[in-house]
Design a protein around this ligand. Structure first.
Ligand SMILES: Cc1cc2nc3c(=O)[nH]c(=O)nc-3n(C[C@H](O)[C@H](O)[C@H](O)COP(=O)(O)OP(=O)(O)OC[C@H]3O[C@@H](n4cnc5c(N)ncnc54)[C@H](O)[C@@H]3O)c2cc1C
Length: 405
């Protein structure tokens, strides 16, 4: 049984069949729509340039072809690991032999009062609500300059709104990128007309006839029509409490996705905290490729009884304005060594846009991460560098060689 209705769950059931699983497979999701992908929600779907059918992950028909029973509107509320049973919100109890937890994460609860027009963005309903709100709005404040916040800011600017992005940290997307390249991304947003209030906290949020008021730590008050809060997520594991699992920041798993405390239970994606064999630390990753890779490993483990341990090499992408940003490895853990600039991208009618790759090194001189903007060949090269142990000098030389061609 796979509980969850997005990329982690879908890739698990597909992986199980691909690996030759011949038993019954159920996919239970609380959502009332067929599983869909989340990345477009802050980008093309919010902008109105992509429709749901273009990013649906598994239709009922495709599930039928895989011989997967997909149940929509089925919210798991508990498990009884002694009896290998999942309890659903409608009171039914469903037994399992293997249980894969793919319930993802939800926006962190905000510390501010609940105010009409203050939204978050995690699922299709949120995206629809935000689209409707943006339709009649002229200004938006985005609280939290992480990836999703920065994407919403960029999309809202594209729709012509006045945008202010607020974050207590001095750099946007700081948790993943660190601070070294911050100026490039600050400039990007400012050049496109967004107002960035960094090192600034939101003290309170209220609403009156003129709009929503955010009182800020610099004693100013910002008034706007819509507010989107993007201050991080928490794993959806509450329904597993009391089952003997370690649920501190995700279901604790070994490096093959097996829950460390209860046999027969696995977890993938945003809800999981897998052991990283590189350093023996359990980490929860919140990005798409991670869910895909973990699902493939768990499918193998269930079907074959074992699989090589997963050695994560994080890969995150983000589209902001016309910049395609790709993040490899863990730049925030290293030091910025070099930024290799390529010729700008020139496309019809648009202003030239930069193309560069930044290489980050660990204290041992090897590459630990990279940030690449609008330069796919550099991404491929640096992915290879990160997959083997490569010095920052060699990685930089390989990327520089691409500029000469
Ligand atoms: C707006 C947005 C944009 C993003 N953009 C990018 C991007 O550009 N690049 C990138 O790498 N990553 C991006 N991400 C992150 C990426 O989408 C997630 O890492 C990925 O969706 C995680 O997949 P998942 O299946 O683990 O969990 P989720 O996608 O969170 O799905 C969990 C599913 O389980 C269901 N569920 C939860 N609880 C229960 C329950 N008790 N019973 C039954 N069903 C339940 C949920 O309704 C949902 O369908 C983005 C995320 C968001 C929200």
């Amino acid at each position: 049984m796979v509980v969850g209705g997005s990329i982690g769950a879908v890739r698990t059931v597909q992986g199980l069949r691909r690996e030759g699983y011949g038993g019954r497979i159920r996919l239970l999701t609380e959502e009332l729509v067929e599983p869909y992908d989340r990345p477009p929600l802050s980008k093309q779907y919010l902008a109105g340039s992509r429709s749901l059918d273009q990013f649906t992950l598994l239709t009922q028909e495709a599930a039928g072809d895989l011989d997967v029973e997909m149940v929509l509107g089925a919210r798991a509320v508990g498990i009884d690991p002694d009896w290998d049973v999942v309890q659903l919100a409608d009171g039914s109890r469903i037994s399992y032999e293997h249980l894969v937890v793919a319930t993802g994460s939800s926006p962190r609860v905000t510390p501010w009062d609940t105010v009409e027009g203050v939204l978050s963005l995690r699922d299709l309903q949120d995206a629809d609500q935000l689209r409707r709100a943006l339709d009649g709005a002229s200004s938006i404040a985005v609280v939290g300059a992480g990836f999703v916040g920065a994407e919403v800011a960029a999309t809202a600017r594209g729709l012509g709104l006045d945008v202010t992005m607020i974050d207590p940290l001095p750099h946007p997307m700081a948790r993943v990128l660190g601070g070294a390249l911050a100026d490039r991304f600050i400039e990007l947003h400012q050049d496109r007309g967004a107002n960035l209030l960094l090192s600034t906290r939101v003290e309170s949020i209220q609403r009156d006839a003129s709009g929503i008021q955010l009182s800020l730590s610099d004693s100013t008050v910002l008034t706007c029509d819509v507010v989107v809060i993007g201050i991080g997520t928490v794993p959806n594991t509450g329904w597993l409490s009391g089952a003997g699992l370690d649920l501190v920041n995700g279901v604790a798993c070994d490096a093959r996705g097996r829950a460390t405390d209860v046999a027969g239970i696995y977890a993938v994606g945003d809800a999981a905290r897998w052991l990283d064999p590189h350093d023996g630390v359990q980490r929860r990753h919140e990005h798409w490729t991670n869910a895909v890779e973990q699902a493939a490993v768990v499918a193998k483990v269930i079907v074959h009884g074992d699989a090589p341990e997963h050695r994560p090499r994080p890969y995150v992408w983000s589209d902001q304005y016309d910049w395609q940003i790709q993040v490899l490895g863990d730049p925030a853990r290293g030091e910025l060594i070099d930024v290799i600039e390529n010729e700008p991208v020139i496309s019809d009618g648009a202003a030239p846009r930069p193309r560069f790759a930044a290489v980050y090194g660990a204290s041992d001189g090897n590459v630990v991460g990279a940030v690449i903007v609008s330069w796919p060949r550099a991404t491929l090269t640096l992915r290879r560098s990160l997959a083997s142990t490569t010095t920052t000098a060699d990685a930089t030389t390989s990327v520089q060689a691409l500029t000469a061609r």
